[in-house]
Design a protein around this ligand. Structure first.
Ligand code: XMP
Length: 511
């Protein structure tokens, strides 16, 4: 089934992926495409509506991205947000001017006239502004529907041609009725039906995969991470035992994780899952290695070697499953490729596996959609809501040499940290939280004895994409409980510190 779709044209603003996610949450499929798309390409894409995103430029900058005027003659509804709305005004003969001062943050705005965009929104509400330029005169045929004291055309539009502009950002949560405004555009203006649900996605993908796979063999490298787990489960629905998953246990996972992977995927789902126990090998290769980059390289290389050995036992396959997701494939605003971050350490696999084609069943999905698909497929919360975890695992959370004993201490401390965060109900608010073995020993006193043991650091950050992050403001009493429990229950730890650096200048991991 072909879904109705909306085209989100990317003019380089920071909230652009968020706009696309909001549209999809409203059950309308959309793609985020570079603003360099031509009118012909847009016509061929056949969207039910077009959204122009915000962007950092001024429409008057020499190099600022523009839009062909003919886009407005396609008869497709348009919504311009921030820079997008200024571009509409500029292209169609309105006036855009620099305001005496920039408008950032929450602002009250009031509707002065009804329009399809204002349906169900109070006359006055709060919106989120972030601009310097503003529209001071709307083009011919347009009307002003809302204003703030500093922004005379906060919402405007041409009711006949279904072209609308909003100066604020409806996609951010600080815009009180922003989501309602987007819903009004999609359903009231574009007349969308709303056929994008994860339930539909699963049934369509399973049917598609069944047809594609036929009776052929499929291989998947399972890391235990959300993306590979959901991709494998989806393919398993379609291909059953034609799918073989290989799970390389490098012995650097957190407490209970390897067991959980086996319990869920082999035990509950009945997957054909091979576990390669390689903990000893990895430890041997890491012996005496102190440099973080060397450690990463060793782990990456060994991982591929172990996987290759298992794959050879299986022999040639027709398909290799990869957990690529939408943010990995989106191109940036100007049509250049975005930096693609390898989401787990199986990036080097294709060259060592004998296969004909790659299957990427999640490549159209955002992370939150991947999680919802996982839930739809019956995967437990612990798998679906798993926090990001680096491919090299605990090896990059043990500063310096990795040893069995340090791994043991770290696993126990990390487990307590995770348990207490869950008890405090904070796990959804925090992007990542984990313990670190600092490679630093301090003097302590336990009972009546002097101890000389390890300093454990706690790292917890909030983030939206791991590119930037802030340290999480965990309540002091929760931190206190974690500190008390670790020093009481975990051997070889006598001091707990909390990392209060943001990224930049720091990074999330310690190595
Ligand atoms: P940093 O430490 O660079 O981490 O702020 C950003 C995000 O990436 C994860 N990370 C990795 N993931 N292999 C991975 O698959 C790696 O080598 C690696 N290093 C860092 C990190 O956990 C965070 O989510």
């Amino acid at each position: 089934m072909e879904h109705e779709r909306v085209l989100v044209l990317d003019f380089g603003g920071q909230y652009n992926q968020l706009i696309a996610r909001r549209v999809r949450d409203l059950k309308v499929y959309c793609d985020l495409k570079p603003c360099t798309m031509t009118v012909e390409e847009i016509r061929a894409y056949a969207p039910v509506g077009i959204i122009f995103t915000g962007g950092p430029n001024s429409v008057y900058d020499e190099k600022s991205p523009q839009i062909e005027r003919a886009v407005f003659d396609l008869g497709i509804p348009v919504l311009g947000i921030c820079y997008g709305c200024q571009l509409i005004a500029h292209t169609l003969g309105g006036k855009v001017e620099s305001a005496p001062s920039s408008e950032y943050g929450k602002r009250e705005f009031s509707f002065c006239k009804d329009s399809p965009l204002s349906e169900g929104i109070p006359q006055t509400s709060v919106c989120w502004m972030s601009h310097t330029d503003r529209v001071t005169a709307v083009p011919e045929g347009f009307e002003i529907f809302a204003a703030t004291p500093d922004c005379p055309a906060t919402v405007f539009g041409d009711l006949h041609r279904n072209i609308y502009g909003v100066q604020f950002h409806p996609e951010v949560v600080h815009s009180q009725y922003g989501n309602k405004l987007l819903e009004n555009f999609l359903y009231g203006v574009c007349k969308a039906k709303g056929d994008w649900t994860m339930h539909n996605f699963v049934s369509e993908q399973v049917a598609r995969l069944k047809e594609k796979i036929g009776g052929k063999k499929v291989l998947c490298a399972m890391s235990g991470g959300v993306d590979s787990a959901v991709a494998a489960t989806l393919v398993h629905r379609a291909a059953g035992n034609l799918l073989t998953c290989v799970f390389v246990d490098h012995g650097l996972l957190r407490k209970g994780e390897a067991e959980e992977v086996m319990r869920v995927f082999q035990g509950q789902l009945g997957m054909n899952l091979i576990k390669a126990d390689a903990g000893g090998l990895f430890l041997k290769k890491l012996k005496g290695k102190l440099d973080p980059e060397k450690k990463r390289k060793i782990i990456g290389k060994q991982f591929i070697k172990v996987f290759e050995k298992e794959a050879k036992k299986i022999g040639s396959v027709d398909f290799l499953v990869q957990g690529t997701i939408y943010p990995d494939v989106i191109e940036s605003g100007k049509g250049e490729s975005a930096v693609i971050k390898s989401h787990h350490n199986v990036g080097g696999l294709p060259s060592v596996v004998d296969f004909k084609e790659i299957l990427e069943p999640l490549r159209d999905l955002f992370k939150d959609e991947v999680r919802r698909v996982g839930t739809e497929l019956g995967l437990p919360e612990s798998v679906v809501q798993r926090q990001p975890f680096p491919g090299p695992g605990l090896a990059i959370r043990i500063i310096g040499e990795v040893t069995e004993q340090k791994l043991e201490t770290l696993r126990e401390a990390d487990f307590i940290f995770r348990e207490e965060i869950a008890k405090a109900g904070l796990q959804r608010e925090i992007w990542q939280y984990f313990a670190v073995m600092t490679n630093c020993k301090t003097v302590g006193v336990q009972g009546d004895f002097r101890t000389y043991e390890n300093v454990i650091a706690l790292r917890a950050v909030t983030s939206v994409d791991a590119m930037t992050a802030d340290w999480a403001r965990i309540p002091a009493d929760v931190l206190e409980r974690i500190s008390t429990r670790i020093t009481n229950e975990v051997k070889h730890a006598n001091k707990i510190v909390y990392d209060i650096t943001s990224k930049p200048p720091s990074t999330i991991e310690w190595e």
